[in-house]
Design a protein around this ligand. Structure first.
Ligand SMILES: [Zn+2]
Length: 429
């Protein structure tokens, strides 16, 4: 029997940190020169700051450079930030564009090769091996999730079942008939899939799933426990990415499940104060900022992700040497301010799911009555419990300082995820 792979790219994944830092600096200087030559936006930005690429002599010098924001991609839609003409790209993807124009991203052949490599690293990190059947229920199309995973799994010699998102009955049929060991989808959809299997009376032993590769939305350890109870035998892992930087595979959990390893040879990560933009040390909470170190087509410098978490560079028992991100607490623009209390939906999720008898489906409905914000937390009960809403209200007040009304809805009335879960309905104008 072939021995199991521990790493897909051992040289990159276990590189000593000093060598990694040198490689990052070399690549950073190279990419700065690349975009300064080719992207008018970056030339203007650096000129305005009175800098040239040669002024970056050490990694801390990165802090002198201006940020790139989501709005910059939209303002330069479709391809104004590309360093190469569209004809040199072999693929584009785009975000859904819920807030105006979509953001377009592009890849050369070499960009795709690097992306496939980091996705293969991620799959091995989550327990995947060449030869495994992997069912990929991320959406295929302009969204980066589907094709990103697909190419990584093919590269490492897995058998991909490209079911894409939705059509839960067919997903279950494929899981039973083809015996996938790995499942890739959003965590909320995994839960929906598991619930549906249970309700349909599917024999859990007819499903071979061993690892779940769940990302594209923030989720908590409490939800992890729920998913693992719903799909027996499956270990749930977190994978993170953003299409502006590459797509899925920017970082991923290892068997320790104690933070997500950032693929630092391709993506330079910083943590900054979301208000002031000033760099923060490892260990403190702030906004993730990424700089591409190897991209050709769309190479972003200091991109503000909007995602809030912390970084940890202490050694990991798995042997990977890269810095680890904590699970994402939320997005800076998803933070709810309710009567002066700052709260992320993920914190509400963690607080709710810590209470027995509550089902892992919930929605926050925020409205304004006169001058006051009102929050209704809608939940479903797992078992009859007369005081469930009182217990949940108390929990939210004690843990988050949030006073809100908790209502127990009839079973299966809160919308189930077909992809990304809708956790917040904000009715404030
Ligand atoms: Zn590790």
């Amino acid at each position: 029997m072939r021995s199991a792979l521990r790493y897909w790219n051992p040289e990159a994944e276990t590189m000593p940190r000093e060598r990694l830092r040198l490689l990052q600096l070399e690549r950073l200087r190279d990419r700065l020169a690349w975009v300064y030559e080719r992207v008018p936006f970056y030339r203007d930005q650096l000129d305005k700051a009175g800098l040239t690429p040669a002024d970056v002599r050490s990694l801390p010098d990165l802090g002198k450079l201006p940020f790139t924001k989501k709005g910059d991609l939209r303002d330069n839609y479709p391809a104004g930030l590309f360093a190469l003409p569209l004809t040199d790209c072999v693929r584009v993807h785009a975000s859904s564009g819920t807030r105006g124009k979509p953001t377009m991203v592009g890849y050369t052949r070499s960009d795709l090769a690097a992306w496939s490599d980091v996705c293969a690293r991620a799959i091995v990190s989550m327990g995947g091996q060449p030869g495994d059947v992997i069912q990929n229920a991320y959406g295929y199309g302009l969204f980066t999730g589907g094709l990103g995973f697909h190419q990584g799994a093919e590269l490492m010699g897995c058998t991909v079942v490209p079911t894409s998102s939705g059509n839960t009955a067919r997903q279950i049929l494929m899981l039973q008939d083809l015996g996938a060991r790995g499942l890739a989808c959003t965590p909320s959809y995994a839960l929906n899939l598991g619930d549906t299997m249970r309700e349909a009376g599917i024999d859990p032993t007819s499903i071979q799933l061993r690892y779940g590769m769940f990302g594209a939305e923030p989720w908590t350890d409490e939800l992890r426990t729920q998913i693992e109870q719903t799909i027996p035998g499956l270990k749930a892992y977190d994978i993170y990415g953003l299409s502006e930087i590459v797509g899925p595979g920017v970082s991923v959990e290892c068997s320790e499940r104690d933070g997500l390893h950032v693929q630092e040879d391709h993506f330079l990560v910083e943590i900054v104060d979301p208000e002031s933009g000033l760099p923060r040390p490892y260990g403190s909470t702030g906004e993730l900022v990424f700089t591409n170190l190897t991209k050709e087509a769309l190479c972003l410098i200091r991109y503000r992700s909007g995602d809030i978490c912390s970084l940890d560079d202490t050694p990991c028992p798995c042997g990977r040497t890269s810095v680890r991100m904590s699970k994402i607490k939320g997005r800076s623009d998803d933070m709810l301010i309710i009567r002066g209390v700052n709260v992320f939906p993920s914190e509400v999720e963690a607080a709710l799911l810590a209470v027995p008898d509550v089902a892992p489906h919930y929605q926050l409905v925020i409205s304004r009555q006169g001058a006051l914000d009102e929050v209704e937390v809608q939940v479903e009960a797992l078992a009859d419990s007369a005081d469930l809403s009182a217990r949940l209200s108390r929990q939210l007040r004690d843990v988050l300082g949030l006073s809100c009304r908790v209502t127990v809805q009839p079973s299966k009335t809160i919308p189930r995820s077909e992809g990304k879960a809708i956790r917040v309905v904000d009715q404030r104008a």
